[in-house]
Ligand binder design. Sequence first.
Ligand code: 2U9
Length: 340
Amino acid sequence: LSDLVPLSTLKTLLVEALSLIERAKDLSSLEQLRVRFLGKKSLISLSLKKLKELSLEERKSTGAELHSIRSSVQDALEEKKKALKTGSSSLLLDWDYHCPVYGEEATFHPLTLTMQRLEDIFFQWGCVMVDGPQIESDYYNFTALNIPENHPSRTMHDTFYIQDRVLRTHTSSVQIHAMREWGAPLRAIAMGPTYRCDSDATHSPMFHQLEALWVDKDLNFANLKGVLQELLELFFERKVNMRLRRSFFPFTEPSAEVDIACVLCEGQGCRTCKQTGWLEILGCGMVHPSVLEHGHIDPACYQGFAFGVGVERLAMLKYGLSDLRLFYENDPRFLRQFFR
Ligand code: 2U9
């Protein structure tokens, strides 16, 4: 560690630390996290040591930020330790659609299992999980994402309005907050409920989205394609045949939709793939320069790629389900079929 680690890196590390602490399952994994994030060899401790090499002025401002990062991790560790000792888990309280506990058969909801599986893949790649409001301003949900004033998705037919605010229609709004807060380079995922006026066997007015956003120097479409191939193979735990079709989204240019060879019939044709052998799975593209600008990132220096996918869609394909509504009925006969 020849130079002081940039504060932006330490802030990213803080988000990762808080997320991992929140998900720690027992006291020994919590202790491992303490050593990793606050131990003598941790980036935070090494950076605190380096402080004395700075000028008085720099030491004051950087020191305050560093101490605040360390305290946040310490507080989170303390809080989680108490929760683990008393048996209460904020993780279980966070998701209101968790399976109720049925004695020995207690398990996680299949959507939670799917989200945990996805998180594990992205954390392995050094991504941070970012969070933001579900009741959003028009600016963050539409304008900052280059969605024009007259775009159909802005109508009351497609979006739920609450006075002058909207229920977010995608998690992309969270990524604008993330770019402004953390700056570039950035590897972030946003995952959670989104809302659209739509309801049938394959659409629900509330569904979960996962969105990934990578911003760095020299990023290109080939990098995006490589990440997608790897993601799908890790998620489905098998070789995946993938194809990209040219598409259009206001927030990415160029944009593409991604199909995979049907994982149920191996591309032979079945009801799920409507006899085509292909399943539409996600949308992606290079982040539009004006969207980077709204995120306060200079498009002349940085590029970004992003993709979005429905968590329910992934879970249905992973578990071979044909009706989305099963996820929300909380029928114990359905729920008890899913184990970690
Ligand atoms: C920023 C910039 C660009 C995310 C993207 C898609 C394409 C997409 C849909 C898939 C199924 C939503 O759940 S779904 O209905 N998503 O097709 N999403 S590009 O692009 C972003 C995100 C954030 C700042």
